[in-house]
Structure formats: C-alpha cells, structure tokens
Design a protein around this ligand. Structure first.
Ligand code: THG
Length: 368
C-alpha cells in the first residue's frame, strides 16, 4: 500500500488519533483534510446508524467565519436562499451559486450573533470566494477559518446519547437550531443537524486540543445505546435523498436540477450572486433533474466512484452520479442526473466497465 506523504497542506482532524484507535480503515479527502469513510465493517456501520447511534469525525466540514457590520449583508449576497428571517442560534441550509447560477457549495449557515456568522461548508474553497466578493463590494467584514471542528452523532438513539451528556434540555433544540454547551471544560456549539436523515446532533468543537477528550466522552456516554464509529453513510444519504456537492454536481449544475429549487428565492435583490441567472434558468426550465435508479439484481460491489453514462431507448440521457448497495433492496441503487425527458418508472441502462446494467428510475427520497 502506498502512503500519503506528510505535508503541512493536508490538515489533521483533532479527532484523528481517536479514530485511529477506533480502527479507521479508509479516509476520503475533503476541504484539504481527511474524513474517515470506513472502520472495516460496513454492515455494522450501517446498522448502527439505522438502529442505534453512530459517531462521526466530520471536522472536514470547515467553518468560514464572517464578522462585522456588513456580515449579514455579505452572507445574503452569497446565498440564493432568503436569510431575512434567520434568528440568532438558528442554522439554515443554503445553496450558494456563482454568477452563472451554477451551484458552488451548499453549506449550513449558522447565525451566532447579529454580526457573526459561520458557513459550514461542503468541499470547495468558500473562504477565497467570500473574501473576494467582500473586497469587490467594499464590505466591512473580517473573514477567517476558525479552529472549529464538527463531530456528529446520528441515528435514532443520538438524542438519548446527547441528553446523557448534557441533560434533557437538549431535547428541546429544534431542527437546525443550536446552543452553546460545555462538557469537562470543552467549549462547543451543539446543533440539531447532520448529514443523515436519521436525526441527530453536531458538536462544533471550539478547542482543537480537546478533540480526543470529546470523542471519548461521547463514546463512553453512548455505549449503553450501542454507539460506535461511523461516517456519512452513502447508502443512507442516497436513500434519504441528500445531495453531495461535487459528488452529484458538476461545473454546470444549478440548484433547480438537483432538487434545491425550494431553497431558491427568486425575489431576492439583484445584488445576490447568481439570482439573475437563476431567474432566466427558471423561466426557460431546467434541462436536467436528479432522480433515483434501482438496478436489477446487481451483486453487491464497493460502489461507483465515477459518473457512468445512463441510456434510455439506446441514447445517452445523463449520468449515474453515485451508486451504493441498498441493504433494503439487496441490489445496487444510485442517483442519476438525467434529462427532463426521463420519468419515474422508465427503464434505463447504466454503462459500467463495458457492461449494461438495467434498472428502473424512481423518485427521491427513495420509497421505503
Ligand atoms: N453539517 C454541517 N456542515 C455541513 C454538512 C452537514 N457541510 C457540508 C455539507 N454537510 C453541506 N450539505 C448539506 C446537505 C444537506 C443537509 C445539510 C448539509 C441537510 N439537509 C436536510 C434535507 O435535505 O432533508 C434538511 C434541509 C432543510 O430543510 O433545511 O441536512 O451535514 N454542519
């Protein structure tokens, strides 16, 4: 096995040592950091997420911090979702677009104070983007990447685990809202959010020196509920219909194509980046759409690391952007980004390694 040469450009998660101790066997790069993506027992890792609690090192979800008297204005300029109603202690999922209306990130924005926001980003250089926009528009803001590293606890028992640590008050935190918290002198922000549809919390660790301590506290507290290490599980997020920016999107994808149209507010002011382009795209109608595919009796394999062509009636209609083993259906499933001429129920073929895997198009989220 080749190794990754040590270098100072690849940042190290504060949970790294803890995940190694818990037996991590694979990582994936994201925002110049490594995210655990296997602990060697995929069936157990899926099972925990669906029936118990799963503990994730998602420090790769870096924060871009925006502070200053123009902070709220800048955050709105880079978000095509209307943020006028966001409260302090609330988060919101926002599509970010470039001037063409192409999706360049889909962060969670957290409003920490009137003049203080974090963008909890997907894999792309948002720090550079917002700094450039702020300068070009002459806005009074300070923009930095703070030493904040999220850890997630997801699954049906996640709330019990988090309540065992902090107390029952955490049960009152609403979806996407957050609160300040502290355990054993470790400062953090506790949010009801996370990249799964099983529910759970995210701990935004604010002292990078205490990552292993926080990991161990959660691990100990979670043992009665069967907690164990995990990661954003591809099967769960695909069955649940969650988008992976950069995985399911390319350099032409707009929010309407990937089911984020409900988060786009076309009435926003013209100074919101991409909004004019999105109005035009909306009136012409998107040409692609994100749907699901269920392949016919495909044997389990590690997945689809590249986009494969999808054909209907012998012609190319788009791509399969991701493919995973469905434990429920005992076959491979995936997302397809295809022409709007494709409909739920259509029969298609996915071209993989010179073979044609037949399957049927379905809606998202995948029917249970
Ligand atoms: N948590 C935090 N930061 C993140 C992610 C996260 N940064 C990277 C990435 N994930 C950003 N992308 C998403 C995508 C989907 C969701 C959250 C972040 C999500 N969506 C819900 C859904 O689609 O059902 C709810 C959206 C809503 O209605 O507001 O949770 O996971 N900190």
């Amino acid at each position: 096995m080749a190794e990754i040469g040590p270098n100072t450009r690849l940042r190290v998660s504060p949970y790294y040592e803890a995940t190694v101790k818990d037996g991590v066997t694979a990582f994936s790069p994201y925002n110049r950091m490594l995210m655990p993506v296997s602990y060697g027992d995929p069936d157990a890792e899926y099972e925990r997420l669906m029936n118990a609690a799963s503990q994730w090192d998602v420090a790769v979800q870096r924060q871009v911090e925006i502070r200053g008297s123009d902070a709220a204005r800048l955050v709105q300029i880079v978000s095509v979702r209307d943020l006028s109603s966001i409260s302090v202690n609330q988060g919101m999922y926002i599509p970010m677009c470039d001037h063409r209306g192409v999706l360049i990130n889909d962060p969670v924005v957290l409003k920490l104070a009137e003049e203080h926001f974090w963008l909890s980003i997907a894999d792309n250089n948002v720090l550079m983007w917002v700094r450039a926009i702020a300068s070009e528009r002459g806005l009074r803001v300070d923009i930095n990447e703070p030493e904040v590293s999220p850890m997630a606890v997801q699954g049906p028992k996640a709330e019990d685990v988090v309540a065992a640590i902090f107390g029952d008050w955490v049960r009152e935190i609403r979806f996407f809202w957050f609160a300040d918290a502290e355990i054993d002198g470790i400062p953090l922000i506790l949010a009801r959010s996370g990249y799964s549809t099983q529910g759970g919390f995210e701990f935004y660790l604010m002292d990078g020196a205490r990552g292993v301590d926080l990991w161990n506290i959660v691990r100990e507290a979670g043992l009665p509920w069967g907690i164990g290490p995990g990661y954003p599980y591809p099967t769960e997020r695909i069955e649940g219909g969650l988008l992976s920016f950069g995985g399911d999107t390319d350099d032409l994808t707009n929010p309407f194509e990937v089911r984020l149209g409900k988060y786009v507010d076309l009435d926003l002011d013209d100074d919101v980046i991409g909004i004019k382009a999105l109005r035009a795209i909306n009136s012409e109608g998107a040409t692609r759409q994100l749907l699901g595919v269920v392949l016919d009796n495909q044997p389990r394999h590690p997945g689809h690391p590249v986009w494969y062509e999808v054909h209907k009636d012998g012609s190319k209609v788009g791509h399969m952007t991701n493919g995973v083993w469905s434990f429920r259906r005992r076959t491979m499933i995936g997302f397809v980004l295809v022409s709007t001429d494709v409909h739920v129920g259509d029969r298609v073929e996915v071209l993989r390694n010179g073979k044609r895997d037949a399957g049927t198009i379905c809606d998202l989220p995948f029917p249970k």
